[in-house]
Design a protein around this ligand. Sequence first.
Ligand SMILES: CC(C)(COP(=O)(O)OP(=O)(O)OC[C@H]1O[C@@H](n2cnc3c(N)ncnc32)[C@H](O)[C@@H]1OP(=O)(O)O)[C@@H](O)C(=O)NCCC(=O)NCCS
Length: 206
Amino acid sequence: MAYIIRPMRLEDISQVVQIERESFPAPWSATNFRYELLFNRTARYFVACVPLPENAAKGGSRLDALISRVQRLFSKSEEQAIDNQWVVGYAGLWFMSDEAHLTTIAVRETYQRLGLGALLLISAIELARERNAQFITLEVRLANVAAQALYTKYGFTEIGIRRGYYYDTGEDALLMTTEKITSASFEGQFQRLKQAHAERWGRQNP
Ligand SMILES: CC(C)(COP(=O)(O)OP(=O)(O)OC[C@H]1O[C@@H](n2cnc3c(N)ncnc32)[C@H](O)[C@@H]1OP(=O)(O)O)[C@@H](O)C(=O)NCCC(=O)NCCS
């Protein structure tokens, strides 16, 4: 499957919030994402999309499909392109001094275990390198073994625990970080993982 990775736009937020709700016990709202896109100058968010079949209308009815087609007839071409893309995952980073902090990463349940989480993480690491970050940090729930396995595979290691970090359940967070992403060892390992990902899942655009 070919995925498009591109910056998140305001028009994506309703789909992103759907994924957010199926992914997290305390999901961010549309307002949170709007704030991040419009006002948080340290933040960069991006989405992974697939082309939406003409009659799918994002899970809606035939009437929805018809309405969306009529709307598209009157919309600008860029909006039309967005309207035809089905968001299947997203991720975001905050840039602070020499650190990039992975704030979120999620993949639609029906698209999980297809290499997409890894593709989003590869894209996040590429973006951090472009922005001259030296390290990438993140927090992850202690019970979230799937995400921890993903991070470990891509060179993150545990450096501490934040007790009671998640206000919804009181769960602890594992704090993880990369080594210097500009180091020869990280770079070598990252290129090998990228290559292996491309061979297994096909070459994508990040
Ligand atoms: C974590 C998440 C983003 C992974 O996305 P994904 O598209 O399923 O991951 P991939 O298919 O790219 O898998 C990449 C690697 O992640 C790890 N992994 C992913 N899902 C896993 C699972 N259910 N169990 C164990 N390891 C898993 C594996 O190491 C895998 O490599 P492998 O295929 O060689 O075994 C996805 O499970 C998700 O969206 N979860 C809900 C949101 C979330 O918890 N986000 C993290 C917040 S800290």
